[in-house]
Design a protein around this ligand. Structure first.
Ligand code: HXC
Length: 519
């Protein structure tokens, strides 16, 4: 063979790999409105940056006619490329080859890039579109999944791991995305469940569609499994690229600060008027967020799940931060089980990857009632408390309005190592709201007043006295629990200055194998 022949052989092998599962299956993939595994990688990465590994990999099985179904790549495309110039490792499951099902060779390919990503210190993005374990390979396929799970676990908190779901993701296969930091589902074609509708029908008698069991609506709103829901695959890639702009390559690096044209001392007069006169009236905390961050850009995480707490990423003078904010517009911003879990996970990700946390507080307390108690609000609320107390990144807390009871302590309070705690003049920091406090402290006396008008007058007087004493920021400030009471319109500038001061902050936790967060 001449060198020319050898090169021709290489080129024809590459052609073979590019043909994936064949024209018919590629057509069927497109007919579903799905991109192919390769097209997805090219949409995700910077143009021309992808370098593929193991294009010539095949499986080594003969069972059930598999020896006659050999495809180069074996059903998953792996390698690395760049996003905004930063190295990213990626794998993309190819449904056109044996339904994207996972074999021993296929798992080895994914493990190879995960191992290298961990050594290099670069994020991994997995694009999922697969029928799960390759049935013909049996236990070897299960072992392959477990090899991936183990690597997901070792990489957790060291390099960011992102999952996109653009097709089926079922059975134990769901646990690799579940072990990663973020899951994005597309509104088209994506679903995730541990057991499908047929098994549900057989075991429990429940009749349910694929979408109602594990579609994007379910995981975006009900289960909280998905962090982002995109309209389609293209928007999904934009979201993933945007998300990466807020997070560093690994846990030893800081997030990248970018140029910013938005003036640092931009005053927002609307903030001085945003708090309604009545403490029970809602407003949208996202209006506050948009007003203070760079260019009003906020990437919200789990937007439709536990909407009583808002989490997401933004920048202040080009510095990436994570924002946690109670949402008075939804359930009065109360902390419940789902909100606690959502925010705890968010805080822990920020802490693991050196992203400062900005907390905006307007919380009336924990949601009362048997549903919450039976569901374990004690444990779930403790998760958020734990996450804040454990975090060593810069923590800046702004109390906007209510900060009552246990929820006050939880939401980035001074005693949970809040570095800089500001309050707006509208802040009410107390054990509970005036109505509840008067009911408990004065209930007996109130019940003894027979004249209704006199009773009403007495209650209002006591509530006013309580509000005067406690429902303000100055009582807390007099103990140093609040570092300064600030004018709302100056909030952006004060946060930026605080972030600058805290940029060199060092804090540690005692040496230990790991903590025992109340799971
Ligand atoms: C081998 C598979 C496969 C699998 C699909 N195919 N899933 N081959 N192992 N798991 C093949 C099909 O034979 C078919 O081959 C091609 O992929 C496309 O599949 P279709 O069924 O024609 O596609 P579609 O109608 O779109 O249905 C997609 C699907 C269905 C819903 C995902 O294929 C399906 O139910 N697959 C099995 C899912 C499953 O139960 N997996 C095991 C889960 S348990 P041809 O040659 O016709 O193109 C699991 C355990 C993991 O994964 C454990 C980890 C701990």
């Amino acid at each position: 063979m001449t060198i020319e022949d050898n090169i021709q052989k290489l080129l024809s092998k590459r052609e073979e790999a590019y043909s994936a599962g064949g024209e018919k299956r590629l057509e069927s993939q497109r007919a579903k409105g799905k991109y192919t595994a390769r097209e997805r990688i090219h949409l995700l990465l910077d143009e021309g940056s992808f370098e593929e590994y193991d294009m010539f990999a095949t499986h080594h099985s003969n069972e059930f006619g598999l020896d006659k179904q050999q495809f180069l790549t074996d059903g998953v495309i792996t390698g690395h490329g760049t996003i905004d110039g930063r190295i990213i490792y990626v794998y993309s499951q190819d449904f056109t080859i044996l339904g994207g099902s996972l074999s021993e060779s296929y798992a080895k390919k994914i493990c190879k890039i995960m191992d290298q990503a961990l050594k290099v210190g670069a994020p991994v993005i997995g694009i999922n579109d697969s029928g799960g374990a390759r049935i013909q390979e049996g236990v070897k396929s299960l072992a392959g999944y477990a090899e991936i799970f183990q690597r997901n676990i070792m990489a957790s908190g060291v390099i960011p791991q992102l999952s996109a779901i653009f097709g089926p993701c079922a059975g134990g296969a769901v646990y690799s995305p579940a072990l990663t930091d973020f899951i994005l589902m597309s509104k088209e074609n994506s679903y995730m469940f541990v057991t499908g509708p047929k098994v549900a029908k057989t075991v429990t008698g429940e009749d349910i569609s694929i979408e109602d069991l594990g579609g994007p609506d379910v995981h975006g709103k009900k289960s909280g499994v998905a962090h982002f829901i995109s309209e389609d695959e293209e928007e999904g890639f934009l979201i993933l690229r945007k998300l990466l702009s807020y997070i560093p390559q690994n846990n030893l690096e800081d997030p990248i600060t970018t140029e910013c044209d938005d003036p640092i001392d931009r005053k927002e007069d609307l903030l001085n008027q945003i708090i309604p006169d009545s403490p029970s009236k809602p407003y949208n905390i996202k209006d506050v967020i948009h007003a203070i961050v760079d260019d009003a850009e906020f990437l919200e995480v789990q937007r439709n799940y536990a909407a009583n707490i808002v989490t997401g990423y933004a920048k202040f003078n080009g510095m990436p931060v994570g924002i946690v904010a109670n949402q008075p517009n939804y359930l009065a911003g109360v902390l419940d089980i789902n909100a606690s879990r959502k925010a705890a996970r968010f805080v822990r990700f920020c802490d693991a990857f050196n992203i400062p946390i900005i907390t905006l507080v307007d919380v009336p307390g924990f949601l009362p009632g048997s549903a919450q108690e039976y569901g374990g609000i004690i444990l779930h609320g403790a998760k958020l408390l734990f996450a804040y107390g454990e975090a060593t990144v810069p923590k800046i807390t702004i109390t906007i309005r209510k900060s009552y009871g246990g929820a006050h302590d939880v939401m980035g309070s001074k005693q949970l190592r809040g570095d800089i705690n500001y309050a707006w003049p509208s802040a009410e920091i107390a054990v509970m709201g005036p109505e509840g406090a008067v009911e408990i402290l004065e209930g007996k006396h109130v019940r003894s007043i027979e004249n209704p008008e006199e009773k009403e007058k007495y209650i209002l007087e006591k509530e006013a006295a309580y509000r005067d004493k406690f429902a303000n920021p100055f009582e807390a400030a007099s103990y140093g629990f609040i570092d300064d009471v600030i004018e709302p319109r100056n909030t952006r500038f004060r946060i930026i200055r605080a972030l600058k001061v805290l940029a060199t902050k060092k804090d540690t936790n005692p040496p230990k194998k790991h903590s025992n967060i109340p799971l």
